[in-house]
Design a protein around this ligand. Structure first.
Ligand SMILES: *Cc1c(COP(=O)(O)O)cnc(C)c1O
Length: 452
């Protein structure tokens, strides 16, 4: 299998090369050259456990990695999950299921992709006998999950920039209390945007980038999308046969990576019936799915901070398919969006997608209602998905973070603050962070000293 860019001006890449590069050189996002038809495999996949299913699925995509190696990479990626089901499907009532994606090492769904990505990087280092320095900026969950994907892995170092004082105390502890000597959490004196600007400048320095074999960790890596397809497949196989055909997957959404993975799987012949895109008050995607216009707004910080985005970076992948795989139309739509901050798709029909938007004012009430109705506690991101479940069909709500990551918001809503032993244990560990000005030269100097 080869991978092409949504913008059509990059030569096809192998799986490993597309994963290593991240963003395609023409500025586009990688997608498989063609999608496999998985419908004929589903009956034989019914009884597989999570890791077995993941190997079967990825074998269609990581075609140049020998099967035994792939199997080893996948198995190791899902050993640090605390539930044996990895992604348990919990039934709340006859029409409502929750797919719990928060049992990984950092208690958020990003672990599914970043544990795997960490092992893929390690494999690549070994195969090429090279070291790699991974660099990223985060406003919280991605940085923590990326760090825990590479923690202690030989041949790798990871540098994560975050705005000092502007991530939650628990998120900061997840990044800074690891005790691993290949992890560098850089607390930037500035905003997340300032950190990202510095990062862009560093990646723009080709010489520096090549010399240190820098790789970017961000939300658009092909391996992240593919890893995320697997939990939809696993959940669908665990639904009772009679509801599989009607279940709508309801997905808390920011950069559109999570819900896009489900939609892509449906294009591979797994009959997932529909998707609801659940945004917080940063609602560019909700506005798109209701009007056909994609228009950038101002980010308003919210109670569900991992969904506070202005532009959904994975959206380009959906557009590529919506425009019939026509890369030149895609390029002009992206150009128009870049120049004017908006683009409209005449006659856009949502297809398999519906959407909803939840403001901060509504989140505590939803938490109370879910707690009261089902005796179940949801984090603020998952709460957005519970806003208005469709009573006429079965819903599978994706729970993207463990409630213990947001104790204050939940305590204010339902009076109890959930806890988790792994987070409690972090509180006893020393914080190791590096205070750096939000300045590309200073960050570069830091990396120069510590890079592997
Ligand atoms: C990242 C994140 C999201 C948003 O996921 P996207 O793939 O960006 O749509 C939702 N909830 C939580 C808890 C997250 O960490």
């Amino acid at each position: 299998m080869r991978y092409i860019s949504t913008r059509g001006q990059t030569a096809p890449h192998s799986f490993s090369d597309a994963v290593a590069v991240g963003l395609a050189p023409d500025g586009g996002l990688f997608l498989p050259e063609h999608l496999p038809d998985l419908s004929g495999y589903l009956a034989s996949w019914e009884r597989l456990d999570y890791a077995e299913l993941c190997v079967e699925f990825l074998a269609h995509f990581a075609t140049e990695i020998p099967r035994a190696t792939l199997s080893d990479i996948v198995r190791r990626s899902y050993t640090r999950f605390e539930s044996t089901a990895i992604a348990p499907l919990v039934q709340l009532d006859a029409r409502t299921y929750v797919l719990e994606l928060f049992h990984g090492p950092t208690l958020a769904f990003k672990d599914f992709a970043l544990q795997l990505l960490g092992n893929l990087y390690e494999h690549q280092c070994r195969a090429r006998q090279e070291t790699i320095n991974v660099l990223g900026a985060t406003s919280g969950d991605t940085g923590a999950a990326a760090i825990h994907g590479l923690l202690g892995k030989p041949g790798t170092a990871i540098f994560i920039l975050y705005p000092d004082g502007r991530v939650s105390p628990l998120q900061e502890r997840q990044m800074t209390c690891t005790g691993a000597d290949n992890v560098f959490a850089l607390a930037i004196d500035g905003t997340f945007d300032a950190a990202q600007t510095a990062l862009k400048e560093i990646f723009g320095d080709q010489d520096f980038r090549t010399r240190h074999r820098l790789s970017a960790v961000n939300s658009i890596n092909l391996a992240r999308v593919l890893a995320q397809c697997v939990y939809y497949l696993h959940a669908w196989l665990r639904l009772p046969q009679e509801v599989r055909g009607e279940a709508e997957f309801v997905v808390p959404t920011g950069n559109f990576g999570n819900v896009f993975a489900g939609w892509l799987l449906a294009r591979m012949g797994v009959p997932l019936a529909g998707f609801k895109v659940a945004t917080n008050q940063n609602d560019i995607l909700h506005r798109f799915f209701t009007t056909g216009e994609y228009r950038v707004g101002e980010v308003q910080p919210s109670l569900a901070p991992s969904m506070d985005i202005q532009v959904a970076s994975n959206f380009e992948r959906l557009l590529y398919y919506q425009l019939g795989g026509d890369a030149s139309r895609l390029r002009s739509a992206m150009q128009q969006f870049k120049a004017t901050g908006a683009c409209t798709f005449e006659g856009f029909a949502g297809g398999a997608f519906t959407s909803c938007r939840t403001s901060d004012a509504e989140i505590p009430g939803i938490m109370q209602r879910v707690h009261h109705e089902f005796g179940y506690i949801v984090d603020p991101h998952t709460a957005c998905a519970f806003k208005a479940l469709n009573p006429s069909r079965v819903s599978v709500v994706l729970a993207t973070a463990h409630p213990a990551k947001f104790p204050e918001t939940i305590k204010a809503a339902i009076g109890v603050a959930p806890t988790h032993p792994s987070l409690e244990a972090l509180k006893a560990r020393p914080i190791v962070k590096y205070l750096v000005p939000a300045d590309a030269a200073a960050i570069r100097a830091f990396i120069e000293q510590r890079a592997i």
